[in-house]
Design a protein around this ligand. Structure first.
Ligand code: NAD
Ligand code: TYD
Length: 334
């Protein structure tokens, strides 16, 4: 089989590419990535010369590029997106272009050539849970509440609309917060780990009692693989890590694992429209795909802390250029 993976230079996409090539030795794979600030070819350095792997720098919203590549493959696996909620609060245009228009262009190409597409999405499309609400599942109505999740919801709706309207061979997965190695240090866990190593305070939004469900990135990649291999066309599958936890409790774990103390915690102004709680019920994935998460939070977090400690060059490369500008702006606005 030949795959077109979009956004493969990012966090989850690069883990997926490694996973797929390791477990499917006869397959070939094209990685189409625009290399935004979040795309990093260092993530794929070890497979650069693998004859089964090709990298194309390009935009999923560029019809010509997309049509020429989709024609060559059996399936598109769409990871490409703008993904950071805080950036979407500052401006949504790029999110609309990549997440909504980009997905539409991929769908048009998949339709034109009669191919299959798996669309990678987030549990954030379901909105925010109250303290006593049951976790999100495949039947939870969509209710996105921040600009990022609104664009992801729009892309999911388009994918499903192409299934009903044009009979496209699609599947969708909605996953909780991923964590793991190679995660860009603007997101909660890697930002906090890097700050703690550098002896800087960690900016906890508001009271820190917001809850998230955390899934180890490679568990997510196994889930996507299971959908590609065993999922039913037209269906959605939810993936989660096994239960929600308050941000402040995760912060305390990171503090312990980096050998710091709680004086490094700084409560800062809360994020606008901050969703209070996410959690995911993955019963459908378990019963229909035989999938379950395998890494517990403490175990994964220890691995992550070890990796960030041992990879200063990777961090250095991320923390330059566009990232620095963004970071400065964030702090100025606080
Ligand atoms: P990321 O920000 O680390 O990587 C995104 C990648 O997409 C980057 O390599 C970037 O260069 C590329 N990209 C962005 N716009 C593009 C465009 N127009 N054309 C081509 N490439 C483009 O993101 P991630 O955390 O790896 O997330 C991947 C996917 O998984 C996203 O669709 C995201 O919505 C979804 N998701 C993420 C999480 C999470 O916790 N990170 C959870 C659930 C779902
Ligand atoms: P994030 O990694 O941005 O993922 P998402 O908002 O998509 O869930 O944030 C995870 C949680 O951590 C979220 O509740 C916001 C919080 N957070 C902070 O408290 N401080 C920070 O500096 C960041 C980036 C996030």
């Amino acid at each position: 089989m030949k795959l077109l993976v979009t956004g493969g230079a990012g966090f989850i996409g690069s883990h997926f590419i490694h996973h797929w090539l390791e477990h499917h030795p006869d397959d070939a794979l094209i990685n189409l990535d625009k290399l935004t600030y979040a795309g990093n070819l260092m993530n794929l350095q070890d497979i650069e010369k693998d004859p089964r792997y090709t990298f194309v720098k390009g935009d999923i919203a560029d019809r010509e590029t997309v049509f020429s590549l989709v024609k060559e493959v059996d399936i598109v696996v769409n990871f490409a997106a703008e993904t950071h909620v805080d950036r979407s609060v500052m401006g949504v245009e790029e999110f609309i272009r990549s997440n909504v228009l980009g997905t539409a262009v991929l769908l048009d190409a998949v339709k034109e050539y009669g191919k299959r597409m798996h669309h990678v999405s987030t549990d954030e499309v379901f909105g925010a849970l109250g303290p006593e609400d049951p976790p999100f599942s495949e039947i939870t109505p969509y209710a996105p509440r921040n600009p990022y999740s609104a664009t992801k919801a729009a892309s999911d709706h388009l994918v499903r609309a192409y299934y009903y309207t044009h009979g496209l061979q699609i599947t969708i997965s909605n996953c909780s917060n991923n964590y793991g190695t190679h995660m860009f240090p603007e997101k909660f866990m890697p930002l906090f780990i890097c700050n703690l190593f550098e002896g800087k305070k960690v900016p906890v939004y508001g009271d820190g009692l917001q809850k998230r469900d955390w899934i180890w990135v490679d568990d997510h990649c196994r889930g996507i693989e299971a959908v590609i291999e065993k999922g039913k066309i037209g269906e959605t599958y939810c993936f989660g890590g096994g239960g929600d936890i308050a941000n402040i409790d995760v912060v305390k774990m990171m503090i312990e694992l980096t050998g710091r103390d709680e004086s490094f915690i700084e409560h800062v102004k809360d994020r606008a429209g901050h969703d209070r709680r996410y959690d995911v019920d993955y019963t459908k994935a378990k019963t229909e795909l035989g999938w379950e998460p395998s890494v517990r939070l403490r175990e994964g977090l220890s691995e992550m802390v070890r990796w960030y400690k041992n990879n200063p060059d990777w961090i250095e490369q991320c923390c330059s250029g566009a990232y620095q500008d963004y970071y400065k702006k964030q702090y100025e606005q606080r």
